[in-house]
Design a binder for this molecule. Structure first.
Ligand SMILES: Nc1ncnc2c1ncn2[C@@H]1O[C@H](COP(=O)(O)OP(=O)(O)OP(=O)(O)O)[C@@H](O)[C@H]1O
Ligand SMILES: [Mg+2]
Length: 420
């Protein structure tokens, strides 16, 4: 069975950092729903948040709700976090986004590096985002999501304590590289894409109720030392639809350039909005270009608008490659990645694949160079195993070739049939 065959069945389920070129959030529409956990209609299985600072700071707390034990995040005092970040020293500043500054810190007991996000105190939004984020993150655990270690709600202070991701964000490694910094290799890019898709798959398919992430972008994909990717920032995430509701109507938020067109127009949010944003990130990984870059020629400023005509013409695919890679990638995998991105970026949300289909498709792409036939074999393996292995890889190569052809054909067919 081909890796891409799943795409044809995608209807089966109802479904500011210091950077000049950074795009801000899209303007909000008026239909704001109170995102605080208390106001959500379906929060029965969620634990109440500890708003008053916990006297026994630093201890994980457990709450029994609906007979289910839920591990809540640790609570910290402001003093503990000030100590961890050496009084929020400038040298410890990792970056700044829409909701506040992020500092590197070190906890004493146990000794652990952390990232401390100090939310802006001015404005209700920050507090609301804080509540949502704490609630979401303390319930969600997956190897491709940044772990929330704890939080501080001392007086007016609102801080979040995350696991520290030593390599920072994908944005730092992919876009606007300082001269001399080598580009991310192709296989690392595909590994990051796969991990981000898996994080999203967990949110869409395993979290209950499902979570729509809403703000997928390269600065929200963080990397550990082995370039394993994790999604961060659930402050904008919303609980997804439950029961017969297929979308959550909410104000339009997110980051310009990554927002699905229907979400931007109507504010209606579905899991397919996340799939679109994923397509934008995948296109950034392929091209090495920002979703929106006002420094480029006008027809190239919006990455998706520029790429769309190229998606329809496979003979032009090479125009999408990141020049920094100098063609150092397997052509077939490159075409396959473009096919996946094109499908995620379909204007018509209903014909975009589900993220689980994307995971399946990306799982077929190698995440490291195939060195089996180039590197010396240290221990001789039985001939039968070698034969079986090479037979298997021939089969896989054929499968992949077929999958690419199918994907491209399917992609261009559905694009032609879709109403624009
Ligand atoms: N857990 C973490 N570990 C290491 N670095 C982090 C961590 N969280 C954030 N950072 C760094 O801090 C920067 C700012 O993060 P922040 O989430 O505040 O802003 P953003 O992602 O650029 O924008 P937004 O507010 O829209 O999410 C990130 O780009 C990243 O480099
Ligand atoms: Mg962020």
């Amino acid at each position: 069975m081909s890796c891409f065959s799943c795409f044809s069945s995608h209807e089966r389920r109802a479904s500011k950092k210091y950077r000049g070129s950074k795009q801000g959030p899209v303007p909000a529409s008026s239909s704001l729903r109170d995102p605080s956990p208390q106001s959500r209609p379906h929060n029965r299985t969620q634990p109440p948040l500890h708003q008053p600072p916990n006297e026994h700071s630093g201890k994980a707390t457990t709450e029994a709700t609906n007979n289910k034990a839920v591990i809540a995040a640790q609570t910290f005092t402001f003093r503990e976090l000030a100590t961890a970040t050496k009084n929020f020293r400038q040298e410890y500043l990792l970056g700044e986004g829409g909701f506040g500054r992020v500092y590197k810190g070190r906890l004493e007991n146990p000794d652990q590096m952390v990232a401390v996000k100090q939310l802006d105190r001015n404005g209700l939004q920050g507090n609301r985002e804080f509540l949502v984020e704490v609630l979401m993150l303390s319930l969600l655990h997956h190897q491709n999501l940044v772990n929330l270690i704890g939080y501080c709600a001392d007086g007016e202070q609102r801080l979040l304590v995350y696991e520290y991701m030593p390599l920072g964000s994908l944005e730092d490694h992919l876009l606007d590289l300082p001269p001399g910094q080598p580009p991310l290799p192709w296989f690392t890019r595909m590994k990051i894409a796969l991990h981000a898709a898996k994080g999203l798959e967990y949110l869409h398919d395993q979290a209950n109720p499902p979570v729509i992430y809403r703000d997928l972008k390269s600065s929200n994909i963080l990397l550990d030392r082995e370039y394993n990717a994790k999604l961060s920032d659930f402050g904008l995430a919303k609980l997804g639809p439950i029961g017969d509701k297929s979308h959550v109507s909410t104000r339009v938020m997110g980051t310009y350039g990554y927002c699905a067109p229907e979400y931007q127009k109507t504010g209606q949010l579905t899991v397919k909005s996340d799939v679109y944003s994923f397509g934008v990130v995948l296109l950034e990984l392929i091209t090495g270009q920002r979703a929106v870059d006002t420094r480029r020629r006008s027809e190239q400023q919006n990455l998706v608008t520029w790429a769309e005509p190229i998606f329809k013409d496979p003979t032009r695919f090479s125009e999408l490659s990141d020049p920094l890679l100098k063609g150092d990638f397997p052509r077939k995998n490159f075409n396959q990645a473009i096919a996946v991105a094109a499908m995620c970026l379909q204007e018509d949300a209903s014909i975009r694949p589900l993220i689980s289909d994307v995971v399946t498709a990306l799982s077929c792409l190698p995440v490291e160079p195939d060195t089996r036939f180039n590197s010396p074999v240290s221990t001789p393996s039985p001939q039968s195993m070698i034969n079986a292995e090479s037979h298997k890889s021939e089969m896989l190569a054929k499968e992949r070739e077929k999958a690419v052809a199918e994907a491209i054909a399917w992609g261009s067919m559905s694009r032609n049939n879709s109403v624009h």
